[in-house]
Design a protein around this ligand. Sequence first.
Ligand code: GUN
Length: 298
Amino acid sequence: MTTDTPKHDILKRSDGGAVIMDGNRLRDEIIADIRAAIVKANQPKVCLATVLIGNNPASRIYVRQKRRKATEAGMISHHVELGDNASQIEAEAAVRELATDPNVHGILVQLPLPQGLDTSRILNPIPPAKDVDGLTPASLGRLVKGEAGHLPCTPLGVIRLLERYWIPTTGKRAVIIGRSILVGLPLVILLGRKGVDATPTLAHSRTRQLAELCRSADIVISAAGVAGLVTSDFLSAGATVIDVGISRVSKAIVGDVDFEACRNIAGAITPMPGGTGPMTIACLLQNTLEAAKKLGVL
Ligand code: GUN
């Protein structure tokens, strides 16, 4: 956190009364800190390698944003791109090359991969030291065991937002909607960890009386990818609601949370866009800086 930020300046309330949890602002703070750390260390070459396979338009946009922000943070952005018809062997070879390249400190393989490719066999060769996305079995195993390692970026971004906005978690009830490896499952573990000390409940498509369950929570985090799933009916007054969902409705990109309805009842709420998305990138870059430190670059 930048030290010259007035402590409560960030707690702006929206018209409806809820504090808006501004992911763009927090991302910018984190990037400024990373940049300052690299400058202070005499600008060593800290390198994030991104791998894009196939022609998914959304993935292309996400990778472009990650590369742009890496450069803004003072890092080297090394990019490897393979076409839609890349073979399993080609994809694995590309990752293995980055894994052994001493000039690369962090590796991100953008997901989802094109159909027909085995994601695990492509991700698994990433060594834990360079797994800045935190999604390999080794990193996820460390997370479960409470051992040091890189944490998955989107769940970590949610934790950083809760910290930065002074949302109390100790003893609080949290409902997480969605059981993906990318978001829901790691979040359950992070929220239940010592030091965070929330009581997480994992909800999913088979959960009954979801609205009622969420109303019993102090913190509702939705990562279901169902547009407008979370309505004001899901919240008790003053609850924190965090939107990690992304869906395409007509041409618009929308989240899981009906922002306009929920801002009137929530105590704090993430906007969409500008909430958790920017935080995923910020945490990826933080993980890359940590990777470079551990690998002796600064
Ligand atoms: N696709 C959507 N989110 C993510 C992410 O956090 N990491 C990777 N690698 N791919 C994604």
